[in-house]
Design a protein around this ligand. Structure first.
Ligand SMILES: O=C(O)[C@H](O)[C@@H](O)[C@H](O)[C@H](O)COP(=O)(O)O
Length: 230
């Protein structure tokens, strides 16, 4: 499968172009299907993009927004991706979007897999836009190479859409879309900033065990657009 690279001079330039690209795809989805879906990652990288996106004119009431993964903490915890999303993306014009969060009342994410799977019906699938990030260890969404659950997460034969993951090199239990669920997307973007992430991506592109660098599993099975700035 192919990797299309768009390199920008600065994160500001990247965010402007990326927001426009996302909105174009979502508009097409709304025109063709009445609704469109946007599934995003958490972490630090997308904050400014989300802020830019929240101010763009779009029929946001017709957009379903969800997360590729969530840290299993309360939604008012600073580590919560939902908290970040509510602060950065679900504001301004985008405040009326239909947000489907992952965190439930269950103390253990394993007990919430069924609920998250049922809630997926509230989102248009295949996802119109999926934005992935990547960690320095080659994880994407919360498919962590260090976790015991990585084989299940990358299993394309299984019907799971979500998986509870316990990383051993990062804090918090997680809920993550599985590889087959991530791949059920019309447009997959990999959003990276900084030279070190580019080096990690180059390493992943050399090929090798997907379980050692889960981003490889996405790159090997989908057309991916890289959006990168230093
Ligand atoms: O919840 C999360 O942590 C993510 O969704 C995760 O996959 C993230 O995208 C990468 O870890 C990159 O994170 P940074 O953008 O913070 O480097």
């Amino acid at each position: 499968m192919s990797l299309t690279e768009s390199n920008f001079q600065s994160t500001d330039e990247l965010n402007i172009a990326f927001a426009e690209r996302i909105v174009d795809i979502l508009k097409t989805g709304i025109t063709e299907n009445g609704r469109a879906s946007l599934v995003v990652s958490g972490g630090r990288t997308p904050k400014a993009l989300f802020n830019a996106l929240s101010k763009v004119a779009l029929d946001w009431a017709k957009v379903d927004v969800s997360l590729a993964d969530e840290r299993w903490v309360e939604t008012d915890d600073d580590a919560s991706n939902e908290k970040m999303l509510r602060r950065e993306l679900l504001q301004h014009n985008a405040a009326v979007a239909n947000f489907v969060g992952l965190k439930t009342e269950h103390a253990d994410a394993k007990d919430a897999v069924e609920t998250c799977t049922a809630n997926l019906a509230r989102l248009r699938t295949p996802f119109d836009v999926l934005i992935l990030g990547m960690g320095e260890d080659g994880h994407t969404a919360s498919l962590f190479p260090c976790s015991e659950q990585i084989h299940q997460g990358l299993d394309q034969g299984a019907r799971r859409t979500y998986i509870a993951v316990q990383p051993t090199t990062a804090p918090n239990q997680r809920m993550s879309l599985t590889l087959p669920a991530l791949l059920n997307s019309k447009h997959i973007f990999l959003h990276l900033t900084g030279a070190s992430k580019k080096q990690v991506l180059d390493e992943a592109l050399k090929g090798g065990d997907e379980h050692a660098m889960p981003i490889r599993a996405v790159l090997n099975n989908a057309d991916v657009e890289l959006m990168w700035a230093p």
